[in-house]
Design a protein around this ligand. Structure first.
Ligand code: T4K
Length: 406
């Protein structure tokens, strides 16, 4: 897949060298489980002529997830964004809800969509997760809940947030979109707070094409979520609640059941890739890999922080260099939700309260991983980054400082 090793500065594709890779390498390249098993399941679905609406595969998938996560209820959904909307609605959240700005835009959008105000909170620069001390400072009489995000699959401060929620009588939801298969204090993420929401989008290491799941131990909440994801139907011709359509279809559930059978393998590949990156980056000054230590992780995201003072190379310049080589690195979650619409218009000064978020959005870089990437590719990616950093100043002089590329 890759063509040649890079030597000097002139070899870099950005300066007209040959790209290192013929095919693009992506951050979110999907993992595919066993095709025969998947096709057999889809064939059964077609034979049964039951394609959605709480079919056999969805029921089996929900049961397997609940067993794996050690939680009473798992409700499969069409995606995590709708799952977050339904969960926060079913919990009766209104007014203001505290969320990190350093997250995917779906986290605040799921609230704003219901005219709940997302109040952006700063993060702990070490963990990249919402800072409980900051959460406490943002609470007002209008606050009804907190949505913590387990960013990169690293658990946020679950215990501290639980205590704050208890003390202030707030609901606590975790956006666990990144955290499938991960633990907090040795316990599977999925049963913390009032509910946790996972994403099984194609770009996640475990996917159902599109999909998500709400996990909760709360019987009443589970009942409401089930009603709401099915238009509020409690039975034929019997609607008792306002609802929407959040259902997972049978083919997605079949993909999920098949993926579960390869879950350990997906995680092993991610872990091996992460270790290859650790080794390859060890000799790159100014580029630090986010650490996965002390818990069970899925290792799906390879996250770097670029310290421009050391690299003498802007993070965005590095992205351009990699792109020319067919390495599609990403700068999740630039520029921070508070700087995207409608929030930047609603809260033009939010950044003043988010210094760590603003700093991190200028430093973070995600590198390709997953089953489409192996040790050879990673070694080459690291070599290119090392090469670029070695010539950081010369490259910056030659290219200028983009800093504003989208
Ligand atoms: N909360 C958090 C914290 C989240 O990160 C997310 C989603 C959500 C909530 C909401 O979950 P969902 O409602 O999506 O279930 C992607 C995903 O679309 C999004 O699901 C994910 N987070 C986010 C972190 O990443 P983009 O804008 O980066 O997607 P896109 O289309 O650029 O794909 C990323 C890369 O993956 C591409 O460069 C190419 C590759 N790719 C993508 C797809 C779809 C493939 O190789 N094959 C594919 O099928 O948002």
């Amino acid at each position: 897949m890759f063509i040649e090793s890079k030597g000097g500065l002139a070899d870099l594709a950005i300066f007209s060298g040959k790209p290192a890779f013929t095919d693009p390498l992506h951050v979110g390249g999907p993992n595919i489980g066993n095709r025969e098993r998947l096709f057999a399941r889809i064939s059964d679905i077609l034979d049964r002529r039951w394609l959605t609406n709480n079919g056999q595969c969805v029921q089996e998938f929900e049961q397997k997830l609940a067993e794996m996560l050690g939680v009473k209820h798992c409700i499969a959904m069409c995606n995590a964004t709708i799952a977050l909307e339904i969960t926060t609605r079913a919990l009766g959240l209104k007014g203001e809800v505290i969320v990190p700005s350093f997250t995917f835009i779906a986290t605040p959008h799921s609230l704003q969509w219901q005219e709940i105000t997302p109040v952006f909170c700063d993060i702990d620069p070490q963990t990249h997760n919402i800072d409980p001390a900051c959460v406490e400072r943002m609470i007002t009489p209008r606050t009804t809940g907190i949505v913590g995000v387990h960013l990169w699959g690293r658990p946020c401060a679950v215990e501290a947030l639980t205590e704050i929620a208890r003390r202030h009588d707030l609901k606590l939801v975790f956006d666990a979109a990144h955290a499938f298969g991960c633990t907090n204090n040795g316990r599977m993420i999925g049963s913390f707070g009032d509910a946790e929401v996972f994403s099984f989008h194609a770009t996640k290491f475990f996917n159902t094409l599109e999909g998500g799941v709400v996990a909760t131990n709360d019987d009443e909440l589970a009942r409401k979520v089930r009603l709401m994801k099915n238009f509020g139907f409690a039975g034929y011709d019997h609607v008792i609640y306002i609802g929407t359509n959040g259902k997972m279809n049978e083919v997605s559930a079949a993909m999920g059941l098949t993926g579960l059978e390869s879950l350990d393998e997906f995680i092993a590949v991610n872990r091996r890739n992460y270790e290859c990156y650790l080794e390859g980056m060890a000799t790159v000054p100014g580029v630090t890999l986010v650490a996965y230590e002390g818990e069970k992780f899925n290792y799906q995201y390879i996250v770097c922080e670029v310290d421009e003072e050391i690299t003498e190379l802007n993070r965005d310049t590095l992205i351009e260099i990699l792109k020319a080589e067919n390495i599609f690195a990403r700068r999740y979650f630039y520029p921070g939700c508070h700087k995207m619409e409608p929030y930047r218009s609603y809260f033009p000064h939010a950044g003043l309260l988010l210094p760590h978020t603003e700093r991190l959005t200028r430093r973070v870089l995600l590198l390709p991983s997953g089953t489409a990437v192996g040790a050879g590719e990673i070694s080459e990616i690291c070599r290119i980054i090392r090469q670029a950093v070695t010539h950081g100043l010369a490259i910056t002089d030659r290219m200028g400082k983009p800093g504003t590329c989208q």
